[in-house]
Design a protein around this ligand. Structure first.
Ligand SMILES: C[S@@+](CC[C@H](N)C(=O)[O-])C[C@H]1O[C@@H](n2cnc3c(N)ncnc32)[C@H](O)[C@@H]1O
Length: 284
């Protein structure tokens, strides 16, 4: 097997209940030694969602939300988060042989950026097929998997060096299982003032709930905080850009004050995130 293909072996695990054997990635499908096989989608992603994993309180993003978020990223609205993310990754000195897994990767922008910066092996997982299909079409240098991050992750124990959860799911036990003892976890949550002007203009409520405590709680059994930083930027946006921002955010999608929103032609909006770096807790 070529060195290039070997980089992808030994990470993916068969999702069939009770199996968990290594899943090899072939040109048209993935397959385990026990004969379980999963065809690749036309764009080259693999759907490993099992019937028992389909149910979720967060059903995954619609195509509309995926495309809206992609347009927002295209307007440069991910730049300050990207810079903070890459700075953290630089400080961790992730080597090219490392395996990076982005859980709830969406349309793949941030994983692609990390992989470009480190030359590491990049895996993206998301519950949304439109998100993974878009990622696979755009970033063929990474591998893309449909799966439910709230359930058993289709990755081998201790096979991941860097785990990313960027405004996405936080599954402490599973993150702890797939991450190597020497690995790093980077979690990004929206800060309390994220989209504050947009919320104020539409809901009359500016400050959002603090997600830090619940994040630390969800991960406390397996991880300890190593470092924390923020990424904040302000942008003057027109109605079209605001509409995309709203469609691409859960809080936005929930807004009932749509009529108020439709009257806004332009607004200065703050994007604000906390980046929390964790290391696996040493047991014993
Ligand atoms: C706010 S988006 C963030 C996307 C990406 N990380 C980014 O920052 O651009 C949250 C993502 O989590 C995905 N998601 C929601 N529930 C999930 C689950 N149970 N398992 C995996 N992904 C999930 C959604 O489909 C969506 O792509």
């Amino acid at each position: 097997m070529s060195e290039l293909l070997a980089r992808w072996e030994g990470t993916l695990a068969c999702p069939v209940r009770g199996c968990g054997a290594v899943l090899s990635w072939e040109p048209r499908r993935t397959r385990c030694p026990h004969g379980h096989a999963f065809d690749l989608g036309r764009s080259g992603y693999c759907n490993l969602l099992q019937p028992q994993d389909k149910k979720s309180v967060h059903p995954g993003d619609s195509k509309e939300a995926v495309l809206a978020r992609r347009r927002s990223l295209g307007r440069g609205l991910g730049a300050s988060l990207r810079e903070a993310l890459l700075e953290r990754v630089r400080q961790w000195a992730i080597p090219p042989e490392a395996v990076v897994l982005d859980v709830g990767c969406g349309e793949g922008f941030f994983l692609d950026q990390v992989v470009r910066a480190t030359q590491a092996v990049g895996w993206g997982l998301d519950l949304s097929t439109p998100a993974i299909d878009t990622a696979a079409r755009t970033y063929p240098d990474c591998r893309w998997v449909v799966g439910n991050a709230d359930r058993h992750l289709p990755f081998r124990d201790g096979s991941v060096d860097l785990l990313l959860s960027i405004t996405s799911r936080k599954n402490g036990p599973e993150f702890g299982r797939v991450l190597r003892d020497t690995g790093h976890l980077l979690v990004v949550v929206p800060d309390t003032d994220d989209l504050q002007q947009l919320r104020e203009a539409t809901l009359g409520k500016a400050i959002d709930k603090d997600r830090l405590a619940s994040t630390l709680d969800a991960l406390a059994g397996q991880f300890e905080v190593e470092q924390e930083t923020t990424a904040r930027s302000t942008h003057r946006l027109d109605a079209e850009a605001l509409d995309d921002l709203l469609k691409g955010s859960y809080r936005g999608a929930r807004l009932s004050a749509r009529r108020r929103f439709e009257q806004i032609q332009e607004l200065e909006v703050t994007l604000s995130y906390r980046l929390i770096g964790f290391r696996p807790r040493k047991l014993g």
